[in-house]
Design a protein around this ligand. Structure first.
Ligand SMILES: Cc1cc2nc3c(=O)[nH]c(=O)nc-3n(C[C@H](O)[C@H](O)[C@H](O)COP(=O)(O)OP(=O)(O)OC[C@H]3O[C@@H](n4cnc5c(N)ncnc54)[C@H](O)[C@@H]3O)c2cc1C
Length: 492
């Protein structure tokens, strides 16, 4: 049996994979999409916890080429974003090109054949080019707490929410107080019997400006798309202005701190609880969170905030360092994702047979323009190292990368190249530039530990500049940065 060959294999069907498929279609490039799950949507298919919504306004947190005049709220809830992504996939004819249940388990560059050899859950396949849209926040992280495997109650992560599990009247432990937890805690608090919220570091929480979008506004957006584009532009530029403070750990962040402290003072009467909830680092160092009902929910009589370190899980309890045994029926992890140690990096082998994870073991994750890596020819990462953002829509970054990738494939075609391989010095210069910029940002200097930094304290996740600068750098493929291989023995 011959192994199936495709020109471009796209991994994933979140914003990145779907965007890539649409970009390939428009450029007339043959492609196939491999998705491990049984539906599209990525983040917005998986995260179904109560209260899940985006924290960047939807007019910006959507594809620029597919505005949705029908958003019903300024910050859309998960079901609406999921429907949007599904709708975009349908409208652009992407669904029929997706192979569901095709988890990519292994990918190896075959230098002699100048192609990628993929092992998927449904069998082998080869591809000239691989575009990884496997997601920066697609692998839930569960802390390694002694005794976890012996817990006899129900346990789940916010990204794999057990909607079949009835929390009513239960004693619940919530571990983690990040972006997901502050959304679901207020939603489940009225249902549960009691809730212990285990907090390691308190987040800065700002008032949420979400509101309903009126029928009249939606009518205008439908009739006059230019108005919605204008709103998108306003949201975009206000966020680029805001990030200036984060990039320099500037004085202007004091204003943010004041706003957050005012909300805390207004909403939390008990000085002891307020002290527990007051961060000791600069706002923005960890992701700034938005909520009007998180603090009020923590003050309900059935809720306790526990700041002691968790040292053990017993079959029916969480034990903290002060010796307290907190008996619970269910544990919910709001502990985020494997960002700096994404397992996909262990599955992708470059020209020398070593994995991305091997290549990055000493340097931390790095990719030129967040997209290409030396020794990994014809591999393009979407939402790769240092393309994350703390202030605006990741879709803006993904779309910029897609323009670069389409241009790369165009150049390869024009020059009849079988592969493009990033030159090592280009990567080194890029990393030096990025780390130089990152050193000045609040993410590195704000006095917190966060998932933006890897185990060595390097920022390998966030783009440390304005996003329009990233868009400028990725506008055109730059062949001089690459070694282009010609076909052996003439044309392909
Ligand atoms: C709760 C939550 C809220 C968020 N809110 C915002 C926000 O407001 N603004 C913002 O900019 N960002 C937000 N993000 C970040 C969000 O992840 C990105 O904005 C965006 O959705 C990422 O899209 P993606 O396509 O890169 O990844 P994903 O949406 O994660 O999609 C990755 C896809 O790849 C598939 N996949 C992974 N590995 C494999 C494999 N080996 N083989 C085959 N398929 C594979 C997955 O099943 C998935 O479908 C949020 C994230 C979460 C978790």
């Amino acid at each position: 049996m011959t192994t199936e060959h495709v020109q471009v294999a796209i991994v994933g069907t979140g914003f990145a994979g779907l965007g890539a498929a649409i970009a390939m279609e428009r450029a007339g490039i043959e492609h196939t999409i491999l998705e491990r799950a049984d539906d599209v949507g990525g983040t917005w298919r998986d995260n179904r916890y109560p209260g899940c919504r985006c924290d960047v306004p939807s007019h910006l947190y959507s594809f620029s080429f597919a505005p949705n005049p029908d958003w019903t709220e300024t910050y859309s809830p998960q079901p609406e974003i999921f429907r949007y992504l599904r709708g975009v996939a349908e409208e652009h004819g992407v669904l029929e090109r997706i192979r569901f249940g095709h988890e990519v388990r292994d990918a190896r560059w075959d230098a002699s054949a100048q192609r990628w050899r993929l092992e998927t859950a449904a069998g082998p396949m080869t591809a000239d080019v691989v575009i990884l849209g496997n997601g920066p926040l697609a692998e839930p992280a569960i802390p390694d707490i002694p005794g976890l495997d012996r817990f006899e109650g129900t346990m789940f992560h916010s990204a794999t929410w057990r909607s079949d599990h009835d929390l009513r009247g239960e004693r619940v432990a919530v571990i983690g107080t990040g972006a997901s937890a502050i959304q679901f805690v207020p939603e489940i608090q009225p249902l549960v019997g009691s809730m212990k919220v285990f907090q390691r570091t308190p987040p800065w929480v700002l008032p949420h400006r979400n509101r309903r979008i009126t029928a009249a506004e939606r009518f205008v957006y439908r009739r006059l798309p230019v108005v919605q584009r204008l709103v998108r532009g306003l949201v975009y530029w206000s966020r680029e202005l805001f990030v200036t403070g984060l990039l320099r750990n500037a004085k202007s962040l004091d204003g943010i701190e004041k706003l957050a402290r005012r909300q805390l003072a207004q909403q939390v009467a008990d000085p002891k609880l307020r002290a527990k909830l007051t961060p000791d680092y600069k706002p923005g160092c960890k992701r700034l969170l938005l909520s009007n009902d998180y603090y009020p929910s923590l003050q309900q009589p059935n809720v306790e905030v526990v700041t002691e370190k968790i040292i053990e899980i017993r079959p029916n309890a969480v034990v903290t360092a002060d010796g307290d045994v907190h008996e619970v029926d269910t544990i919910i992890f709001g502990t985020g994702f494997r960002v700096t140690d994404n397992p996909v990096a262990e599955r992708v082998h470059g020209a020398d047979g070593r994995t991305l994870a091997d290549h990055w073991s000493e340097t931390g994750a790095q990719a030129y323009l967040g997209t290409t890596v030396p020794d990994f020819p014809n591999l393009f990462l979407l939402a790769g190292p240092n393309t994350g953002i703390g202030h605006t829509s990741l879709v803006v970054m993904i779309e910029a990368q897609l323009r670069y990738i389409v241009d790369a494939l165009r150049v390869m075609d024009e020059r009849d190249a079988t592969s493009v391989n990033l030159r090592r010095p280009v990567q080194q210069a890029w990393t030096a530039e990025i780390q130089g910029k990152a050193a000045k940002t609040v993410w590195n200097t704000g006095g917190c530990a966060s998932w933006y930094l890897d185990a060595e304290g390097r920022n390998t996740t966030l783009w440390p500049d304005h996003t329009f600068r990233f868009a400028r750098r990725t506008r055109r493929f730059d062949p001089a940065a690459y070694e282009l291989a010609a076909p052996v023995g003439g044309s392909r």
